[in-house]
Design a protein around this ligand. Sequence first.
Ligand code: GDP
Length: 175
Amino acid sequence: MTEHLMKILIVGDGNVGKSSFVHRYVDGQFNKTYKMTVGVDFSVKLLHWSDKEKVRLQLWDIAGQERFISMTRVYYKGALGCVIMFDVTSPSSFRSCRHWKQDLDNKAMLPNGQSIPCILLANKCDLAQRVVSADSIDRFSKVNGFITWMETSVKENKNIGEAMRRLVQEILSVE
Ligand code: GDP
């Protein structure tokens, strides 16, 4: 049995659903008022990937951009994958994804020198007030070198496990 340890970063503007995502994925719950700890912390999830492989995921969430600035180095160190999340009802959170991706690519890379596999998640797709179109997300994702993008709803538990499996699969393929 092989066990892979993967540090995964969960990045994006405040209020897009990052803490809820981690909470849902790790504990299987959605709580409207859930707030994670302040600063940088990680949650762990063990995946039984195949008969021969286990994957231990360390999910590093950030709580607030301000603190992120000073935590950058410890936060990025040793990361093998990244989730960049925005809220489909917030164009500014979508625009920020460019900044998050560039910051990631500037400050971190895999041991082999390649950029860190990164998936783009368009969260809160359950909401009727969505304003960011699938076309623009698709273009953005290709131009900025994401492995792919997916619509998610942490609230309705849509594409959460699927998104993480896609990312883990990509990480295993480059390892
Ligand atoms: P973070 O600041 O990025 O960690 O965002 P939070 O996880 O704290 O979520 C911000 C708010 O969005 C909370 O009120 C969540 O309940 C809500 N939220 C998170 N995901 C979803 C979703 O998929 N759909 C809806 N409708 N609300 C969500």
